[in-house]
Design a protein around this ligand. Structure first.
Ligand SMILES: *Cc1c(COP(=O)(O)O)cnc(C)c1O
Length: 437
């Protein structure tokens, strides 16, 4: 057999990876996947405990999604979306809008999360510009935020690891502190005091609101920012405040959308209607790249004018609204309906949470927390600087894929995982945490 690992390393520069790590860290070519399992070429299996970077909702090679894509493939694979359209995307847009607050009714498609963030930032700026407000040219985001890796998205992010080197290239972004909540296992809520964060926001707004286009945030849960769960009431108050100052709200639900936090969209729990909603990741069940920005008719109308006035939003991506990706996205909504996923997730989440919270008995474990189908804790007081990496390697040996964010360990499985397998994963972590590291 070909030495796939050597060939891979000869030609592939992997994402979000210090490639030198692979001198010691195993690289794992995967031959096939089914349900929550990935299988390598030696027949070893891995439970996909991170939904393959948070995209996979209903398992790998899901028969319903597979069938939908194959059917679509026989009919239409991809077409230009300017001047043309297709039935799948029309149906999908209608279905998606029906799941959202009434005012969100215009869908602009792109093909990955970062691009959706770029679209929302540009649209917000351009909308103010079209309305004659030429002063607004900056964005406001939360401390510790992550919104993607392209330059605009990186600008509104605040994770130094990804951002520092590129600072000279970035747009101006203002940063307001984010609260950190505590999980209450009894009523499964995230609570915490956030009045200082609101005060800080108010100070920034008083001083800078005239030049801020939009406030972008991940409602409820900052995922790449170390699974920071924070109170919905903060999101509500902060957004109401920003809106008073004529600032758009952009909700980045790229990671938290499609049921991850317990409701179909996190905005439902925050009781906020954003001006722009960015969705991607789970949108196709982890099959194909797709993203969408949903906005209101009133934003849309601000661009609607005779061509000569040059108010149009002339942004595009080649693969915008790809028909195969849309077929997967429609199938994902079908599964949510057929399986009543949100309801079954509620009991699954509660049952996993019980096991997960028991991990707090370990001295190295702090801030155990749960939000919907996201389970996290932080490692503290470890001897190894890269303790998270140690857990990653140990878990792999036990057939579990967990990819910690620094020293934050999280479990974010596909929704179809059985309670038994989820308990197995908790057991694997329980064992690892007994080790000296
Ligand atoms: C993953 C992610 C993005 C970027 O999406 P890509 O498809 O990786 O470009 C943006 N925002 C959030 C919150 C994300 O989790």
């Amino acid at each position: 057999m070909l030495d796939l690992k050597a060939l891979d390393l000869a030609h592939i520069w992997h994402p979000c990876t210090q490639m030198k790590d692979h001198e010691t860290l195993p690289l794992i070519p995967i031959q096939s996947a089914k349900g929550v399992y990935l299988y390598d070429f030696d027949g070893k299996s891995f439970i996909d405990g991170i939904s393959s970077w948070w995209v996979n909702l209903f398992g790998h090679c899901n028969p319903i999604i597979n069938t939908a894509i194959v059917q679509q493939l026989e009919q239409l694979e991809h077409i230009i979306l300017a001047g043309f359209s297709h039935e799948g995307i029309i149906t999908y847009s209608k279905r998606l809008c029906a799941l959202l607050p009434q005012s969100l009714q215009k869908c602009f498609y792109a093909d990955n999360g970062s691009s959706a963030v770029e679209v929302a930032l540009k649209m917000s700026f351009h909308s103010h510009y079209n309305a004659g407000n030429k002063e607004k040219n900056a964005f406001l985001s939360l401390a510790n935020a992550y919104h993607g890796e392209t330059l605009g998205a990186l600008s509104v992010g605040d994770v130094g690891l990804y951002k520092s080197a590129y600072k000279p290239l970035l747009l101006e972004a203002l940063n307001t502190p984010v609260p950190s909540g505590m999980w209450n296992p009894n009523d499964n809520t995230i609570n915490g005091d956030y009045h200082r964060e609101i005060e800080a926001l108010e100070q920034i707004l008083k001083k800078h609101a005239h030049r801020i286009c939009a406030f972008i945030l991940e409602p409820l849960l900052q995922c790449a920012g170390g699974m920071n769960m924070y109170p919905s009431a903060y999101v509500q108050e902060a957004c109401v405040l920003a809106q008073k100052y004529n600032i758009h709200i952009i909700f980045d639900e790229i990671a938290v959308g499609f049921g991850r936090t317990g409701s179909m969209f996190a905005l439902e729990q925050c009781d906020v209607v954003p001006d722009f909603l960015c969705l991607s990741k789970g949108i196709t069940g982890g099959y194909l790249p797709l993203s969408v920005v949903v906005t209101s008719d009133s934003i849309y109308q601000g661009f609607y004018a005779p061509y000569e006035e040059q108010k149009g939003f002339l942004h595009s991506h080649s693969y915008t609204g790809n028909a195969l990706a849309i077929a997967a996205a429609n199938a994902v909504l079908n599964i949510f309906e057929q399986d009543n996923t949100l309801l079954s997730n509620r009991s699954l989440s509660a049952a996993i949470a019980k096991q997960w919270s028991m991990l707090s008995k370990h001295k190295k474990v702090s801030n155990v927390r749960v939000c919907g189908m996201v389970f996290a804790f932080d490692l503290i007081g470890c001897r190894f600087a890269r303790a998270g990496l140690y857990v990653y390697e140990q878990a792999l040996e036990k057939g579990v894929l967990l990819r910690p964010l620094g020293n934050t360990i999280y479990f974010m499985p596909p929704y179809i995982i059985s309670l038994e397998l989820a308990e197995y994963v908790c057991g694997v972590l329980d064992n690892i945490l007994e080790n000296e590291f």
